[in-house]
Ligand binder design. Structure first.
Ligand code: FEO
Length: 134
């Protein structure tokens, strides 16, 4: 069973963005699965965390370009929230790489899952609604 399944409750019904959110979830699930394997390779886990961060940057950039395309008035606040999350993920990634832990703490997955769902249902849904009326 996957750590988090994408479903219609977090669909924005904007194809490109939904595909990107699905990919974020897939990357997080892959790290979670790898984390729970009996033999862990810390370097691979650290690389997988980096890959999640890199794709998060791609998604945020794509979403910000989309919001910009219809002059979304809430874009500055949305960009700031994206920036704050990236800073937090960078800290998590650095701390894990520097620690003597062989697995990523479960709290990291719970944090990312809760953040992503709240973000999509909250401010992502707001710009999606605005885009449909624009
Ligand atoms: Fe889909 Fe604002 O992140």
């Amino acid at each position: 069973m996957a750590f988090l399944d994408w479903d219609q409750t977090i669909a924005l019904n904007i194809d490109q963005i939904d595909v990107e959110h699905q990919k974020l979830i897939k990357l997080m699930n892959a790290i979670h699965d790898r984390n729970n394997e009996s033999v862990n390779n810390k370097e691979q886990l650290a690389d997988a965390l980096r890959a999640l961060i890199e794709y998060t940057k791609i998604h945020f950039s794509s979403e910000e370009k989309f919001m910009d395309s219809f002059l979304y008035p809430g874009i500055d606040m949305h960009k700031k929230i994206h920036k704050d999350l990236l800073a937090k993920l960078e800290t998590i990634s650095r701390d894990f790489a520097a620690s003597d832990q062989s697995t990523v703490p479960e709290s990291v997955f719970l944090f990312f899952k809760d953040w992503l769902i709240a973000h999509i249902k909250g401010i992502d849904t707001k710009y999606a609604s605005y885009a449909k009326k624009a």
